[in-house]
Design a protein. Structure first.
Lengths: 615, 364
């Protein structure tokens, strides 16, 4: 299954899927679409004069960072914007104008002709109804069919989206399904009325890499089965490479470049497109060593043959990997100083609450971090990686084993006790969601200064000076200190989070997915800042993430976690060039690449891995 | 995990560029604490300032005119003096020419000066309101905060206590307290105090029973807020439980707190009236605004001023308290903005442009 786009003959030249896109009927035609939002007695444009069209069976990707107006313009198609907005221009769905239509007629269109897949399935599905009931509702709103018939069709839809047990999923509530399953259910609901147009608003942003790969596979299959036009909204070029026929790049409300996927990826014209492509963290672009060819490494580790890559070339690429690996092993053998963080057979439990019994999230974890070392902790959500991070700063008790942080054993420490208080002077933590981890009612200067104030390090004028230095270090203007968090963008908020974590000059920094809530281009900048600070200040760091590409940029060592256990750990080179565990291999293969060609190689490999895993 | 909406982002960008534009020329701003910023925002709130001014004016007028705490005021009558009827008791004040006259608000049937009575009533009502607001607000915030933050047995004990207080009828409790305070035969300190300052006793007592609803609301807020990551962040920063509760979580729950306290304070006037009407609150010859309105409702057809002036003062006091509360809430909440589509001005700058643009001043 190298290429499943269409039954046409295999292409011999570079222009592949994109140029062969079936010339279906025009489904969506957008002309001069402008969207404005009213803020502070002013109309502020969010999208200006957009022109694009989508044909049946085609995938148009709209790419841009948050705030570029890509979501706002797409929601405007359906009239789903808040009351302080204004939409002008023309939107034609199969030749019928949608803008300025009566709300009753628009309601007919919604769900039936145009369906939306939202970013966060947990909030898009109603938690008090079963998944089945919600699909049945959509079906019966638009078709006059009996409840039994609707149920049958709903189960068929759930089957179509490859849910393992459609009957059971039909009766499940959203919270009983995993994130990936929820997104599948969401897709089933949106496809239930055979829409002409499907708008997918960042459909995989909230998901893990492995789940993301599965959902993307599903969407690719569905596109071939159904003849819908798809508008894919995303900020991730990796996702786009996997799915899109044509791409429109948006920036500040304007489409700056559009073309086929092949054109955009192989020959981006606009500088912004180039910057966006460069910002995607690739696997194997590590800090100061040669690139890691992950595809080759994976192929070697699993002894698989790829149809799309020459055998000789693969052998050559594998040899390069082996050489680099030996060098890395010698490097790692050098003696080290006292560890900053040391976990020996640690188990961590979430204490029981009421009738819910205690839940053991981590079992038998062994991990050592030496001063100045960055250790990446990788795994899917629910694998217990965040749990280890939180236990290391004493937010969760250690149930068994011993945990030593900056030389002190905190496994028996009392919650909020004196010992933890002492230890916390030497550790800092950066949280996942910067909008939740900063107190919304506290100006950011005070947030940054709080650890120093409480530790009694500085007061008054002195404290203000320290805050200024920290703001300089994270490259924020000094006068931002009187701002509230909501006045800052996501990347700036995360910089504040980093400044706060650095304020006591910690020996150990725990970073809990600090970039997963950020856009790709912002993420690149924050990671760069983080890397520079780490080199400059030399703190040790436990970097928790689900994104292998991010860890690859930063980490010296990588630990891979699955279901509460550390399944594999080693230097960055060992893990990326010679992954031993099948789980690590799957994880590596799931990372999307911002290049349609390479991505096809990777996809093939992943299919083989999955097949091997099932046997 | 909630993604910021488009609107939020627009607000953020807007705030950024505006602040950048206004601060571009000025020298480096110094760091302000949360308290300083809240104060600054409060004093920039027109409604709150008007409310504060009106309340201060009424307060001064009420307490200086007829005197309080044994100090005589500047007005020639007090609320018990009886003088001959002037002009059959109708108000002597007039707008043109502006004149005060002998009895500006008129007199009641037996010749007591209504201005003096209204002022005395305003004193009493303000005392009750402020006492109830302060006591109920403080107890409600602390009990709700502790229960919501600590959970476990602290929550169980405190919430059952609130349940117990909720189920006891208020009037019954008031009657008991009224009886104790009114036993004039025993010359204890409490009785002496109660005889002269019945309204203080009443305010304190009502404060001690009307915090329960507030405590439940505050607890609810705390339950959601304590799960937010900034609480963990504060704990890692080394903050104690008390600091987390009062410095980090309470300012976030302040909206609920203030709205409720202002509502309680407005309702306090009615509560005090009801109790006085039943003979359990303020007793004649002493008076309160609620009591004046209640007593004079039959006279509405013949002597409407007896009804109008106390009513006007009740409205003014309640409105100004609500305005102050509004201002306080907005000052604590950094994201209060309003938008009107009709008066909006066109701009061409895209929302994601953060750089300050040297454009014409706002509203042009």
């Amino acid at each position: 299954m190298t290429d499943n786009a269409s039954p046409e003959p295999e292409p011999t030249h570079l222009e592949t899927e994109s140029d062969r896109s079936p010339r279906g009927a025009m489904v969506l035609e957008v002309r001069d679409l402008s969207v404005d939002f009213g803020v502070d007695k002013k109309w502020v444009p969010a999208a200006i004069g957009l022109n694009y069209e989508v044909r049946a069976g085609e995938v148009l990707a709209i790419v841009g960072e948050s705030g570029s107006g890509k979501s706002a313009s797409s929601m405007a198609l359906l009239g789903l914007l808040p009351s302080n907005s204004r939409v002008r221009g023309s939107v034609k769905l199969s030749g019928k104008e949608l803008l300025g239509e009566k709300s009753g007629n628009i309601r007919e269109v919604r769900g039936k002709d145009v369906a939306v897949i939202f970013q966060e399935p947990m909030t898009a599905l109603n938690p008090v109804y079963t998944v089945g009931a919600q699909i049945v509702e959509t079906l019966r709103l638009h078709n006059s069919i009996s409840p039994d018939e609707a149920k049958q069709r709903a189960v068929r839809m759930l089957e179509l989206v490859e849910l393992p047990d459609p009957e059971k999923a039909f009766k499940s509530y959203p919270h009983q399904l995993s994130g990936g399953q929820r997104q599948r259910a969401m897709i089933a609901q949106s496809l239930s009325c055979d829409p002409k147009l499907l708008i997918a608003d960042e459909p995989t942003t909230a998901l893990d890499v492995t789940v993301q790969a599965e959902i993307l596979d599903l969407m690719r299959n569905l596109r071939n089965k159904l003849d819908s036009a798809i508008v894919l909204i995303t900020h991730d070029m990796g996702v786009v490479a996997d799915l899109a026929d044509r791409i429109a790049v948006m920036r500040k409300g304007v489409i700056v470049e559009s073309g086929t996927a092949q054109q955009i990826f192989s020959n981006p014209q606009h500088e912004y497109t180039q910057a966006l492509l460069a910002a995607v963290p690739h696997l194997g672009q590590g800090a100061d060593s040669a690139d890691v060819d992950v595809t080759a490494a994976l192929a070697a580790a699993t002894n698989s043959e790829l149809e799309s890559v020459e055998h000789d070339e693969l052998v050559r690429r594998e040899r390069e990997n082996r050489l680099a690996l030996q060098a890395a092993a010698e490097e790692a053998a050098k003696p080290q100083a006292n560890p900053v963080l040391e976990l020996v057979d640690v188990a961590i439990e979430y204490p029981k609450q009421g009738r819910v019994p205690a839940f053991r999230a981590v079992e038998g974890a062994n991990l050592v971090i030496y001063p100045g070392q960055v250790v990446g902790l990788v795994g899917e959500s629910g694998s217990g990686k965040t749990t280890i991070g939180r236990a290391a700063v004493g937010l969760l008790p250690v149930a068994a084993g011993s945990m030593r942080v900056v030389g002190q054993d905190i496994s028996g420490a009392k919650r909020n006790g004196k010992q933890l208080h002492e230890v916390r002077r030497d550790i800092g933590m950066v949280f996942q969601d910067p909008s939740s981890s900063l107190n919304p009612r506290l100006p950011i200067g005070e947030s940054i200064g709080e650890p120093m104030y409480l530790a009694g390090v500085a007061k008054g004028v002195n404290l203000q000076k320290r805050i200024e230095t920290l703001l300089d270090q994270v490259e924020l203007p000094r006068d931002y200190r009187n701002r509230y968090p909501h006045e800052l963008s996501g990347g700036q908020k995360q910089r504040v989070g980093i400044a706060r974590a650095l304020s006591l000059q910690p020996k150990l920094m725990v970073a809990d997915e600090p970039t997963s809530a950020l856009d790709v281009s912002v993420q690149a900048k924050v990671l760069e800042l983080f890397q520079n600070l780490q080199k400059e200040l030399g703190f040790a760091c436990l970097f928790v993430t689900h994104d292998l590409a991010v860890v690859d940029v930063l980490a010296d060592r990588i630990c891979v976690m699955q279901r509460g256990r550390i399944v594999e750990q080693g230097t960055r080179e060992q893990i990326l060039r010679n992954p031993q565990e099948p789980y690590t291999q799957r994880l590596l293969a799931a990372v999307p690449l911002p290049d349609p060609e390479k991505q096809r190689e990777r996809r093939e490999l992943r299919a083989q891995l999955m097949a091997a895993g099932i046997e | 995990m909630s993604q910021p909406t488009q609107e939020d982002e627009l607000l953020a960008q807007q705030a950024l560029s505006e602040a950048a534009a206004t601060q571009a020329g000025s020298e480096v701003t110094s760091g302000l604490s949360q308290g300083q910023i809240v104060r600054k925002r409060f004093f920039g709130h027109t409604g709150a300032l008007i409310g504060l001014a009106v309340f201060a004016l009424i307060f001064l007028l009420a307490f200086t005119s007829v005197g309080a705490f044994g100090i005589p005021g500047w007005w020639k009558y007090n609320h018990v003096d009886v003088s001959p009827l002037v002009n059959d008791g109708a108000p002597t004040s007039s707008l043109w020419p502006i004149a005060w006259g002998e009895h500006p608000f008129g007199q009641d049937r037996i010749g007591r000066d209504l201005f003096a009575m209204t002022m005395r009533g305003a004193q009493q009502s303000i005392t009750v309101m402020v006492l109830i607001g302060a006591i109920a607000g403080a107890i409600g915030a602390i009990v709700g905060g502790l229960a919501g933050y600590f959970r476990g047995w602290v929550e169980a004990v405190l919430m059952r206590l609130t349940d117990v207080i909720i189920i006891i009828p208020l009037l019954l409790l008031a009657a008991v307290v009224g009886q104790i305070a009114n036993r004039r035969d025993e010359g204890s300190w409490l009785n002496g105090f109660a005889a002269n300052n019945g309204v203080v006793i009443l305010g304190v007592f009502l404060g001690f029973v009307s915090w329960v609803g507030l405590a439940r609301l505050v607890r609810g807020e705390f339950l959601t807020l304590r799960e937010r990551e900034f609480v963990d962040a504060a704990r890692i920063s080394g903050a104690s439980n008390a600091r987390i509760i009062f410095k980090h979580i309470l300012p976030n729950a302040v909206g609920v707190l203030i709205v409720n306290v202002t509502l309680t304070m407005s309702a306090a006037i009615l509560l005090e009236t009801a109790l006085s009407y039943l003979g359990l609150g303020v007793k004649a010859p002493d008076t309160s605004l609620g009591l004046l309105v209640a007593q004079n409702q039959e006279a509405f057809a013949t002597r409407p001023w007896l009804f109008w002036f106390p009513g006007l003062f009740i409205i003014l006091i309640c409105l100004s308290i609500n305005f102050i509360g509004d201002g306080l809430r907005d000052a604590f909440d950094p994201r209060q903005k309003k938008f009107k589509a009709k008066t909006a001005v066109e701009t061409t700058r895209h929302s994601s442009t953060t750089a300050p643009v040297a454009d014409a001043p706002k509203g042009s």
